[in-house]
Design a protein around this ligand. Sequence first.
Ligand code: CS2
Ligand code: MN
Length: 351
Amino acid sequence: MIMTFRWYGKDDPISLRYIRQIPAVKGIVSALYDVPVGDEWPLEKIAALKKAVTDADLELTVIESIPVHEDIKLGLPTCDAFIDNYCRSIRNMGSLGIPILCYNFMPVFDWMRSDLSFTLADGSTALLYDHDAISAIDLNEGVLDLPGWAASYTTDGLRSLLEAYTGVGPEDLWSNLEYFLKRVVPVAEESGVRMGIHPDDPPWSIFGLPRIITDEAALERLTGLVDSPSNGITFCTGSLGPNAGIDLVRSIGRFARMGRVPFVHARNIRRTGERSFHETAHCTESGDVDMYRVIRLLAEAGFGGAIRPDHGRMIWGEKGRPGYGLYDRALGAMYLAGLWEASVKSLDRSR
Ligand code: CS2
Ligand code: MN
């Protein structure tokens, strides 16, 4: 297991120097943030990112994410050129020895929340999702009401993208994903890169858009699309956790034993209704994810991939990017490292 921490590059207020001071953290999860979606990621730019990380005495372990162009998700004729670029980006990262690539296949939006600063009982704040609040938003009015997304789309740009998805259902999305993976996974395998799809967050349809990576059956289907260790899962406990129908612990153990989990996002959530939840501190007692059993199952599976504390709360007066403050994620890293050490050592003793 490699303990990692997400770093948003040179503009991240949390410096690599600070991240280096969190015990147990060895790897960095990062990306290029200035390459237009769909373009090839230039080798020199990835090399410069890697150098910044190694200069700070850390390893660039994971690229999260190379975004998948909407034309690929839509299966438009233009998708082939974008897939070619994607393959080149994978070759480039592979040639620099970066072993893990996280991506997602969610149409239009990635994660979605209705409140980025919900106050918990202890006075800290966390991200919250309430399906009724999200459903009440009229996207024709633009995205200004959408927490975290205001800067990503113009009203017209969003409207035409949503129009393009009219009539695109879950099965269409599956076949477009399959087409994409059949092209990129062999390249990833050749390049020594393990891809891990990030589950849909939240794991159900929003704004009438299809979402497919939502439960255990979907993960099973995904792994069957291309039979390769490079076709894997970024197992995000906080994204799958809101779906009360998933046995997270069983499913992480199962896919990890299959060797299909290169990367884990450890995050806890508290379900507050059928389609509502808020995020919490990482530890088991704070939410609905049994983090000990998650880590224990990974240890039993001999997990050798990367893990990172996913979203943290804002605590101790910290201000910053929602979910990505320093303090609570650092506490999360420590907690996860403790669970891992205890799990591995107790397994050794029981052998
Ligand atoms: C992340 C996602 O911050 C988050 O919620 O887990 O944004 C993640 O980076 C992407 O979905 C991965 O492609
Ligand atoms: Mn995640």
